[in-house]
Structure formats: structure tokens, C-alpha cells
Design a protein. Structure first.
Lengths: 505, 255
């Protein structure tokens, strides 16, 4: 079966696009479905490509993190061995998921924690909202978490009259601007310092009126703004980077100390975690605590890592709830070819090396999971038809940097094949046309004069090109142009040019 | 409606198909045993389980100092006899800095907007070796414990904390606290703005796996891994040291 490797042309849009140009204060708004919002990828990508400022910001940011990562990964003599171990541990986790989840539940419970299970976003949000309400508070502090973004927890809590305050600096910026994150690790990467100052001045009540756009000052303003909340919050909500089955230990990796604040100061801690975040043993942390920081921020180690096991009497939250979330993960698990997407530890290294992400940014993907991993994870989690598997050149850089060796390119190709099978144009048609074209080419190329005549034919297409580009050809040319533009053919064939040149001598 | 746990577990088993046959059928104890068609995953562990240098060796200590300084931590080296003097000096210098700045300008890296007056107070966990503080003359030292904890508001009025540590990792410039009586509750090493952490040289290992193995003896303790002061790179990737956690980290290496 032939696999369609192009990208579909812009087609049905999903409502308003992520087209709020940088420079304006308000972001793209909070979507109803965090896994499926904005315009289709081709439309959104096109808009993003027209935005020179965004491309410059992204180019600078991704190349900076790439360089840092390469340097600290290069320091580790056994990096490949660590990747092999990380990959195998995750494969093992998926194969033994039921028993490991039950082991985790037993150990968390034994240490005074309460474990909840949530089939989908609505159920998880319901559980969290009820827990918060029971504490009679209308404000909670939050540690940056992909899982809670995926389920739209903040919006669900808001509907119940509970304000969830994001405490990671970038997430705070995104939240204040009514925006969406555009990168897993640095969610406000699409904002520059001046925009951030303006957002603070307009949306943060206690921002100093003479605030400048120096990053240190902005960070200190955020510190002052959040400090009172940290010291008075009754309930905190977090995600988890890892959960250790054999001890019941939860792990959160962070930089700013907002994580430590949330995990330490409030009386009640609620952690929402995807069921795939497990690792079997405490010793396995020795692999992942080396792989994650170097892949993610390009540091030898992130400033703070917190590990807690249930409740420690007299130290930290005295009530701990763990919400184990499915929300489509079992669908991904059922797919033998795509299952490895669940191995992801959310480092975001694949975003930073991706030539597509670098140019279009995170919003174009219309999901809280952007970039190469988002292109395979998002459609699998939703089970919906998607353009995202085409948001790649299949260059393979994502696979090379993935700390747990997820073969993203192969999964993308597999998902594309399925998209083609689902869509109208059957691969059989494409295959027949391909064979006919090859036969014709072989006929033309077998004879010099024939080839010379055949090569002149595309010149006719100049009549239908606009601005040097042909957007739509009739069948069978449509098999090409529905996925890509065709450049305008040259006025002269090489043969004709050569002849003219010879004549001119 | 079936309960969520049963449904999720049955979805997983269905997703894994025959791979999870034994886990689905057998009681917990026999999960993964005979009857399963899937071969167990063998995890290759070819990576270094320990460094080539002994804990506390000169090479390891130099590496730790280099990494800590790279992340803008202040490193002091001393002996057991010199420790009280070093601690007194670090805290006195800190106090002098505060007097000098004196204002409540939020731009200052060392002053909180809420600060009214320079604060001199130091908090220590109740299990800290009392002799370490013997050279402190005029500092206001408070003791915190799980049984008699200071409130968040009280901690917010305290400038510095002195703790011991459980283990340090040279290659990553990391210090780990495990909440034992000489390190204290997590809150005391978080809220004050200056953390002075005393590490014995024999606690310094070269690699992460060595530290994980050591900590694995008591995995249930609340663990805090600290690599430099808190930091953010969220604004145009420009690193700003000192956000919500202590903005200054002093590590005193004692041989």
C-alpha cells in the first residue's frame, strides 16, 4: 500500500483560528476542547508562517534550547544506555499497567493518600471540584501540569466558582492573557518581554505601575503577586512527572519553587496524573532523573525536584488525593503501532528540534500537546480524524533526541496511512496512477527525442499558475496538489536552454 | 454504572489483549506469571551505576563545587572546627547586605515588596547540631520541628535557614534533603530567602544512581532535590535566578 506523505490542503476549519497576532494583549482564548481547537493545521500553519515576529521568536528560542541540550547530553558518557533503559522501562510499564497501577494504589493508600480513578476529563474534573469544595475554599494554587490542561480543569473549576491560579511564571502569563500555551516546557515562548510587561500591567492587580520589561523585574513582580497566595492557599493541585509503583512515591520536577510551594504549604494536595506516568521501582528514578532535565531544559539537573509518599505527619499537606486519569490513554494503548506515544515523559526535546514546530509554533497544532509528540499523541487520544500526522517532514530529528526513544516518524507514517484509508482518495487509486505515471516516464525517457518533447509539456501549466505557484490541478495531478503547491515550471527546459547556449557560441 | 477503577483496568486489559492475560485472570500475587503469552520486558541496564571516583574524593568534590557555582550557588569549604565560624560569617554578611539595601524596592533581588525592615532571624531544624551555631552572637535563632512548627506567616518573616543534607550529587550539582531532624520540615528550607546547607564531604557521591540507591533505603521520606537557587527562563529564555524558592543558596562543604 502506498502511503500518502504530503500534507492535506487547507480544508474545513474548526471555527476561529489561533490567529491573534503577537503584539495584541489577549491570546487565543480558552478553547472548549484543549485537544482540538482553532483552525486546521494547514490553515493555522499558513497564518503562523506569515508572522515574521513569531518565527524570529521561535527560531531563537528553539535554537537556544537545542544548543543547551546538546551540550549537557554530550557530557554524559552513557547517554545511549540510559535511553535504552528508559525505553525498556516504559515498555515494561505498559505491558504490566494493571498490576502496577494497583500496586501504586496500595502503596499510596498505605501511606495515608486517597486514590481516585477517572475515565475521562469530565469525571476527573468532577472529582477535583468536589474535593476542593469540601475544603470550603474558592481559590486553589496550581503547579504546571499537562494532564490538567488536557482536561480543561481550570475552566471546569471556574464554572463552579473556584479560581485556579497558575503559579508557573509562563503559565501565569498565559492565564492572565487568556491565551493557550504554545510549548510544553516554555508555554509563553510566543510572547516577548514587552508583551509580558503589558499583560502584567493590565491584568495583574498588584503589578508595580513603573514595571519595566527586564525579565528579572517581571519575575520579581510575579513572585510578589503569588507569594501571598502560596502562604495562604488551602488546596493545591499538581500533575506528576513520575509515580513509583513499588513505593507509592510521586515526583514533580520544576525550576521556580512554585512547585515546592504548592506541594508543601497547603493543607490539601490533589495530584492529577495520567495512568501512563508510572515507573515500576524507586531505583528506576536513577534513569529518568538523568534523562528528563537534560532533554527538557538542557540543564544537568533542574533546580528543584520534590518527591513525596502519601502523607508525612507534621510535614507538608496532611491530606493527599491522587487522581488517576484515563481520558483516551487506553485507546492509545490498544494501538500496537502507536502505543509508544504513551512512553512520553513530556520533556519537549522533540519540539525544539522539529523544523515544522520551529516555523509554525505551538498554537498551529490546536492541542495542548504540540510538536512531533503532539502530532502522534493528540489524534490517538481523541480518536478523531486529524491533519496533525502531516505536520512533519519525517526528518527523524525527534526520534534522535527522544530520551525514551519513541519512534515518532514511524508512528506518523502509520497514522497517515490510516488517514488515507479513511479519506476518500483510496491508496489503490494513487497506486494505479503512480504505476501509470512511471510507465509513461519510462517510455519517454527511453528515447532522447521523445523526452525532449515530453519535457516541454509542463510549460503549458504556466498558464494556470499564480505568483509562481500552482495550487490545483485536475486529476491525476490533483493527487499531488491536494497535498502541496506545485512550483511554476520554468519557461525553458534544460535541453532548450542548452541548445540555445550552444547556438549562441 | 460500573466503577471507574474496574472499567479503566478492564479497558487496559482489553487494550493489551493477550499480553495482559495473566494479569487479568490471576490474583494480584500471580500477575505476570505462567500463562502469559508475552515475554517479560528485560530492561538493559548498561548505564553507569556508580562513578569511577569514590564518594568524598577530591575529584568528586571539585566537580560538585564547579557544578554548584555554575548554577550560581555560593560554595564555602571548611573543616568541622571551622564550621561555626563560616556559618556566623555567611549569616553576618547577609545581615549587613540587608542593612545596606534597607529599602523595599521590589527590583532588588534580595528584598521582598512586603519587607518593612531588614530581617535578621534564622530558622533551624530542631535536630541540627547545636555546636554549628555556637559562633552566632546576635542572631535571632528560631527552632522548628514537626511537633512545634512555625506558621507560614512566621517563616515568611525569617530571612535564612540552616540545614544539613542527606546526600549530594557531584555531576549534577545537586543536594538532597530528606526531612530528617537535622534537615527539618520542607517548609523551612523553602520560605526563607537564604538557604545555608551544610554538606559533609563524605556525603558527596559522583552520580545520580549512587544517590538514588542511598535514598531508596528510606523512599517514604519527603525528598527535596536542590540544584542551585530557584530559577526561571520563561521570559525570552533569559535565566533569572531566584523566584519563589530561596533566592540565595550557600553550600558549606565540611571535611
Amino acid at each position: 500500500m502506498s502511503t500518502f506523505l504530503g500534507m492535506p490542503a487547507a480544508r474545513d476549519s474548526r471555527g476561529s483560528g489561533p490567529d491573534a497576532a503577537p503584539g495584541t494583549l489577549s491570546g487565543v482564548g480558552r478553547p472548549e476542547d484543549p485537544l482540538h481547537w482553532g483552525a486546521s493545521f494547514p490553515d493555522a500553519a499558513k497564518a503562523a508562517l506569515d508572522n515574521g515576529q513569531l518565527r524570529r521568536n521561535l527560531g531563537k528560542a528553539t535554537s537556544t534550547i537545542r544548543t543547551k541540550r546538546a551540550r549537557v547530553v554530550g557530557e554524559v558518557p552513557d547517554w545511549e544506555a540510559l535511553r535504552d533503559a528508559g525505553s525498556a522501562v516504559k515498555t515494561d510499564v505498559m505491558a504490566r499497567l494493571p498490576e502496577l497501577l494497583e500496586e501504586l494504589e496500595r502503596n499510596v493508600t498505605a501511606r495515608g493518600g486517597v486514590v481516585h480513578w477517572a475515565r475521562d476529563a469530565a469525571e476527573a474534573n468532577r472529582i477535583v471540584a468536589d474535593l476542593v469544595r469540601a475544603k470550603e475554599t474558592d481559590e486553589v494554587v496550581k503547579v504546571k501540569s499537562m494532564a490538567t490542561q488536557e482536561i480543561g480543569l481550570n475552566e471546569a473549576l471556574a464554572e463552579e466558582g473556584i479560581a485556579a491560579v497558575e503559579t508557573d511564571l509562563a503559565e501565569l502569563i498565559v492565564q492572565l492573557a487568556d491565551d493557550m500555551p504554545s510549548h510544553i516546557l516554555v508555554p509563553a515562548i510566543h510572547r516577548n518581554r514587552t508583551e509580558i510587561r503589558d499583560i502584567f500591567l493590565e491584568r495583574m492587580a498588584d503589578a508595580p505601575p513603573d514595571l519595566t520589561d527586564v525579565p528579572r523585574e517581571l519575575a520579581m513582580a510575579a513572585r510578589a503577586h503569588l507569594r501571598r497566595k502560596f502562604l495562604s492557599a488551602k488546596v493545591a493541585i499538581s500533575g506528576a512527572n513520575f509515580a513509583v509503583a513499588d513505593t507509592g512515591t510521586l515526583v514533580v520536577v520544576e525550576s521556580e519553587g512554585n512547585g515546592r510551594m504548592c506541594l508543601t504549604m497547603p493543607e490539601t494536595l490533589i495530584t492529577v496524573m495520567g495512568i501512563e506516568k508510572l515507573i515500576p521501582t524507586f531505583d528506576d528514578l536513577e534513569v529518568f532523573l538523568q534523562l528528563l532535565p537534560r532533554s527538557s531544559t538542557g540543564e544537568r539537573m533542574n533546580p528543584y525536584t520534590s518527591m513525596w509518599t502519601g502523607v508525612t505527619p507534621g510535614d507538608g499537606p496532611q491530606e493527599f488525593h491522587l487522581v488517576l486519569l484515563d481520558n483516551g490513554r487506553t485507546k492509545v494503548l490498544a494501538d500496537e503501532a502507536g502505543r509508544a506515544a504513551l512512553h512520553c515523559i513530556r520533556c519537549s526535546a522533540c519540539l525544539n528540534v522539529c523544523p515544522v514546530y520551529e516555523r509554525v509554533g505551538g498554537h498551529a497544532y490546536g492541542s495542548v500537546y504540540p510538536g512531533p509528540i503532539g502530532a502522534i499523541l493528540t489524534p490517538q487520544l481523541t480518536g478523531e480524524k486529524s491533519d496533525l500526522p502531516y505536520a512533519s517532514t519525517l526528518c527523524g530529528a525527534c526520534y534522535e533526541v527522544c530520551p525514551v526513544k519513541i519512534d515518532i516518524p514511524s508512528i506518523l507514517v502509520e497514522l497517515r496511512a490510516r488517514e488515507v484509508a479513511l479519506s476518500g482518495a483510496s491508496p489503490e487509486t494513487a497506486d494505479r496512477v503512480w504505476k501509470a505515471a512511471m510507465k509513461a516516464a519510462s517510455f519517454a525517457m527511453a528515447d532522447g527525442a521523445r523526452f525532449r518533447r515530453a519535457a516541454r509539456v509542463p510549460r503549458l501549466l504556466r498558464a494556470i499558475s499564480r505568483n509562481g505557484v500552482i495550487r490545483r490541478l485536475p486529476f491525476p495531478g490533483s493527487l499531488w496538489t491536494r497535498s502541496r503547491d506545485l512550483p511554476e515550471p520554468p519557461k525553458q527546459t534544460f535541453h532548450d536552454w542548452w541548445d540555445a547556449r550552444e547556438d549562441g557560441r | 454504572m460500573t466503577n471507574a477503577k474496574d472499567e479503566i483496568l478492564s479497558r487496559i486489559r482489553a487494550a493489551l489483549g493477550s499480553d495482559a492475560g495473566s494479569a487479568a485472570a490471576g490474583p494480584a500475587g500471580s500477575a505476570g506469571s505462567a500463562g502469559s503469552t508475552a515475554a517479560p520486558t528485560v530492561v538493559p541496564r548498561e548505564y553507569r551505576s556508580a562513578g569511577e571516583h569514590a564518594p568524598g574524593s577530591d575529584v568528586v568534590l571539585e566537580l560538585l563545587v564547579d557544578r554548584l557555582e555554575d548554577y550560581k550557588a555560593h560554595v564555602h569549604r571548611t573543616t568541622a572546627a571551622g564550621l561555626p565560624g563560616v556559618l556566623a560569617q555567611v549569616l553576618a554578611e547577609r545581615s549587613a547586605e540587608r542593612q545596606e539595601i534597607g529599602s523595599s524596592d521590589y527590583r532588588s533581588p534580595d528584598i521582598l515588596p512586603t519587607t518593612h525592615a531588614p530581617r535578621r532571624a534564622v530558622v533551624v531544624p530542631h535536630g541540627l547540631d547545636a555546636s554549628w551555631l555556637s559562633a552566632l552572637d546576635d542572631a535571632d535563632v528560631r527552632t522548628d520541628s514537626r511537633d512545634a512548627p512555625l506558621s507560614a506567616a512566621e517563616l515568611d518573616e525569617i530571612d535564612a535557614v540552616v540545614t544539613a543534607a542527606r546526600v549530594a550529587v557531584a555531576e549534577t550539582g545537586t543536594i538532597v534533603l530528606d526531612g530528617e531532624p537535622d534537615q527539618g520540615r520542607r517548609a523551612i528550607s523553602l520560605v526563607p530567602d537564604v538557604h545555608v546547607c551544610v554538606v559533609r564531604t563524605d556525603q558527596v557521591v559522583q552520580t545520580v544512581p549512587e544517590a538514588v540507591r542511598l535514598l531508596g533505603a528510606e523512599p517514604g521520606r519527603p525528598l527535596t532535590w536542590i540544584s542551585g537557587p530557584s530559577a526561571t527562563s520563561d521570559i525570552e529564555l533569559e535565566r533569572v535566578e531566584g523566584v519563589h524558592g530561596p533566592r540565595t543558596l550557600h553550600v558549606v562543604l565540611v571535611s
